[in-house]
Ligand binder design. Structure first.
Ligand SMILES: C[S@@+](CC[C@H](N)C(=O)[O-])C[C@H]1O[C@@H](n2cnc3c(N)ncnc32)[C@H](O)[C@@H]1O
Length: 256
């Protein structure tokens, strides 16, 4: 599909969904007058992140006092199932977050309520759900419908059926999903942020969730090198963050 055909298809799909009109308005502004917002402060943050970065294994040991090595072997079977599902999935979605970091954040906090933005295939959801099923907790997730690719039905495709009873998936943009999630749960043990990567979108959501994160809760944000929103957010709130270098990107994580 050409770029113009894709944009047109997305636009028409939006028009059929009045519940998504607010996001359509925001997208138009984001892709026209606010274009620079996606990369604001990127250079500054990349040198800051590079100077602090450690591996995922080191971060899990430093912050949670846990050795992550048994995760892959303990969950070999479900991970194999999920990899197979991803291969079979007819549409291509976003890259996975750092599974061990998410899983052990949930273990460390004995999480009952976890919130994540950005689901795609559902790798990060899977990591949280594997921990939450042990204590009957709930994962609240927000993800935009995949309008251009008719991909709605595939969001969360790698999550096995038996883990879905602990999962509430809100199919709107974060600006609409988060208030609906907060109406169901007012505090959270873990956040995984992996959705709207623009500066303003991050700043809005970071504040909203940070205020509802329990003391001792874990805040994780993916792709913090896209712009300086995460660094500026940490500096504004006096937060000492850890930076993880993972598969060519930077992830921010701290315990509140
Ligand atoms: C990188 S993917 C998420 C990957 C996922 N966390 C994982 O580990 O498999 C980013 C997702 O964010 C969603 N997204 C982007 N902007 C959004 C917004 N404003 N509100 C909600 N979801 C959004 C996209 O639809 C996409 O599925």
């Amino acid at each position: 599909m050409s770029e113009i055909a894709r944009v047109l298809k997305t636009f028409v799909a939006y028009l059929k969904r009045p519940d998504l009109y607010p996001e359509l308005g925001r997208k138009i502004i984001k892709n026209t007058v606010n274009r620079g917002n996606a990369f604001k402060g990127k250079e500054k943050t990349n040198s800051w992140a590079a100077s602090k970065a450690i591996s995922q294994k080191e971060a899990i040991s430093k912050l949670f006092g846990i050795d992550m090595d048994s995760f892959k072997s303990n969950y070999a079977e479900v991970l194999k199932y999920s990899e197979q599902r991803e291969k079979e999935c007819p549409i291509k979605m976003g890259d996975p977050g750092a599974l061990e970091l998410i899983y052990y954040a949930c273990e460390f906090t004995n999480a009952k309520n976890v919130i994540e933005t950005g689901v795609a295939y559902g790798w990060s959801s899977l990591a949280a759900l594997l921990s939450l099923e042990k204590r009957g907790g709930t994962l609240y997730s927000s993800d935009m419908p995949y309008l251009a690719q008719d991909g709605d039905q595939y969001v969360g495709y790698v999550v096995p059926e038996n883990l879905k009873s602990n999962w509430k998936l809100f199919r709107f943009a974060d600006k609409e999903s988060l208030p609906k999630i907060f109406a169901e749960s007012s505090t959270f043990d873990v956040l995984h942020y992996d959705s709207d990567k623009a500066y303003n979108g991050r700043m809005w959501a970071y504040d909203e969730v940070y205020n509802r994160l329990k003391l001792g809760g874990v805040f994780i944000s993916d792709d913090i090198g896209d712009n300086s929103a995460y660094q500026d957010f940490c500096e504004k709130n006096g937060i000492e963050t850890t930076v993880v270098e993972y598969e060519g990107k930077y992830i921010g994580v701290f315990v509140k």
